[in-house]
Design a protein around this ligand. Structure first.
Ligand SMILES: [Zn+2]
Ligand SMILES: [Zn+2]
Length: 341
């Protein structure tokens, strides 16, 4: 089969590989669509601790069952399916505490290699995190299951109710998925802050209550005005930039919640105003990854058309053109690209 290997930052190779063989409980998926992701872009540009090089690449995909291992009864060859690329073990300390997202084996046993003709999905993922894809849902949209599961998990950590003003900082795919999820949960006052006008326009089109262009406007001042001096009930940080992590605390109201969603480089440190944290009683959440409950919820949202993510996919390329998609993303063009093997 044809498969992309990430050799080193900036170095992709389209190569022939043996089609994976299956163990008990595994499913072989013929990839119909894979999506680029911010994590992939980071890995492509400068390497990523969770993406070994040289190695298979890509983790958001949907496709058709090509073969099943012994003991698989819920799927058969020809079934359209959607899944994520990891699942917890179900037995360790964290799994027993219902924190499967922190299960140490989640990252060790995850599947990379969505930029390929076939992907082997191991039994533990098939059992927990693989679902049938409805015919009316495109493969490209179905491949949003993984990023949406992360966003659903993130929002599940925060008490948020319909009257709240929620500020989302960052208008990439994750920020826009938060917007779609907040809208699906009937939160009408969503303020989107970002720096690229076409993304801000998209946010407006997707139903943002207000958008703030942080290049042209003073973010703190605008949030102050829009919330009548109170501050946002919930601030969701989706940029992974240290200065924005710090700024988030000052945009939140007294007694409000800050969600630090964007991942930051290892070993970095931020400064916090301790009196703000204590006397203004700010609650911090720093959700990582997803658990099977959030994957199932994300599947329902996509399968029931509560979330329509078509607009997040800017264009499509073949496997051989993957580098082009990353160049566009690096230049700030587009949101996500579909790779069609
Ligand atoms: Zn992803
Ligand atoms: Zn575990």
């Amino acid at each position: 089969m044809q498969s992309i290997l990430l050799h080193a930052p900036g170095e992709l190779q389209l190569t022939g590989m043996p089609t994976p063989t299956l163990d008990k409980g595994d499913v072989l998926v013929k990839v119909k669509a894979a999506l680029t992701c911010g994590t992939d872009l980071k890995a492509f540009l400068r390497g990523h601790p969770q993406i070994p090089m040289p190695g298979p690449f890509g983790h958001e995909f949907a496709g058709v069952v090509a073969a099943i291992g012994e003991g698989v009864y819920q799927f058969k060859p020809g079934d359209p399916v959607m899944c994520v690329h990891s699942a917890p073990c179900g037995e360790c300390y964290w799994c027993l505490k219902d924190q499967g997202n922190l299960c140490p084996s989640v990252m060790e046993t995850k599947v990379l290699g969505a930029y390929a003709e076939y992907v082997r999905v191991p039994a533990h993922i098939v059992r927990q995190n693989m679902f049938p894809k409805p015919d009316y849902l495109s493969y490209q949209e179905a491949a949003l299951l993984e990023p949406l599961a992360c966003v659903v998990y993130g929002l599940n950590q925060v008490p948020v109710s319909p009257g709240d003003a929620v500020l989302v900082i960052g208008t990439g795919a994750i920020g826009l998925l938060f917007l779609l999820l907040l809208k699906a949960r009937r939160i009408s006052r969503v303020i989107m802050a970002g720096r690229r006008s076409f993304r801000l326009n998209m946010a407006r089109h997707m139903g943002a209550w207000q958008v703030i262009d942080v290049v042209e406007e003073d973010l703190a001042k605008q949030v102050h005005l829009l919330t009548r001096g109170v501050g946002a009930d919930v601030v969701i940080e989706c940029t992974g930039k240290l200065e924005v992590w710090e700024q988030s605390f000052h945009l939140c109201r007294r007694g409000g919640h800050v969600v630090l969603f964007g991942g930051t480089p290892k070993g970095t440190v931020i400064g916090l105003d301790t009196s703000r944290l204590h006397y203004d009683q700010i609650t911090i959440h720093s959700p990582f990854h997803f658990n099977p409950v959030s994957v199932r919820q994300a599947w329902h949202l996509l399968a029931n058309r509560k979330i329509r993510g078509r607009e997040l996919i800017t264009g499509q390329f073949s496997l051989a053109e993957l580098g082009k998609a990353f160049s566009l993303l690096q230049a700030g063009e587009g949101i996500k690209y579909a790779i069609i093997p």
